[in-house]
Design a protein around this ligand. Structure first.
Ligand SMILES: [Zn+2]
Length: 229
């Protein structure tokens, strides 16, 4: 199973995660300007995790869920709305809650400092046999990240660095000092001119603050194999 387990960046905040024998999409805005895939190429998905309902995160979740019969996981008010849009399988949650998707995969909902039209914005911790993954969603820096780092031994943290709507590279690097993951992947940057950033600035600062950390700067379509070595 190990060789088939990975985190693949689909541009912006969208990731395809393969763990515990399941395919999980996070924030599936597949039509984002950086996306390496088209909607028609997405044929098999088990779960879709959505951090909040802004278009650049909700993306094509409704179409993908209808096409693949995937179960959509998100905040209660958001998944109720998706149910009204015809999505059949949903799990409504809220901050602090967790759910076992399978005997091997557990998802926790974490806070995020941002906005959302339906319910609150969140992040996710995914605990799987290949590692513990944190997708922060869109967020500013917040001190409770230190508690997340203590509660969960995070292997890989996916953090926004684009600024304007979220943390910038400097704040995201400081977030890593609270979260203490083994590895980090920057996201939510360079999709539009408004959130243009140099991910190397994030990597260099992270490495100066945490000498043992691995920062993976991915090109859209690139993957990190799990477990992290
Ligand atoms: Zn966003």
């Amino acid at each position: 199973m190990a060789s088939q387990s990975y985190i693949r960046w689909l541009g912006h905040a969208a990731f395809e995660v393969s763990v515990g024998g399941k395919k999980i999409l996070i924030d599936p805005w597949i039509s984002n300007p950086l996306s390496p895939v088209t909607l028609s190429e997405i044929t098999h998905v088990d779960y879709i995790l959505i951090t909040h309902d802004h278009f650049d995160h909700l993306g094509e979740a409704v179409d993908i869920a209808k096409k693949t019969n995937a179960t959509v996981v998100g905040v209660f008010e958001l998944v109720n709305y998706l149910g009204e849009q015809g999505v059949k399988n949903t799990i409504g949650m809220n901050v602090g809650g967790s759910v076992k998707l399978t005997s091997e995969i557990e998802v926790y909902v974490t806070p995020a400092l941002h906005s959302s039209s339906r319910g609150v914005p969140v992040g996710f911790i995914i605990r799987a046999p290949e590692g513990t993954l944190y997708h922060a969603g869109d967020t500013g820096l917040f001190s409770e990240m230190e508690l997340l780092g203590k509660l969960f031994r995070i292997d890989v943290a996916m953090l926004p660095i684009g600024s304007l709507f979220t943390m910038d590279p400097r704040q995201a690097a400081y977030a890593l000092t609270l979260l203490r993951p083994r590895a980090a992947i920057p996201m939510h940057y360079n999709t539009f001119p408004d959130i243009k950033q140099d991910p190397n600035q994030f990597k260099e600062l992270a490495e100066s603050l945490l000498p043992d950390i691995k920062v993976f700067i991915l090109k859209p379509g690139d993957s990190v194999q799990l477990p992290i070595k």
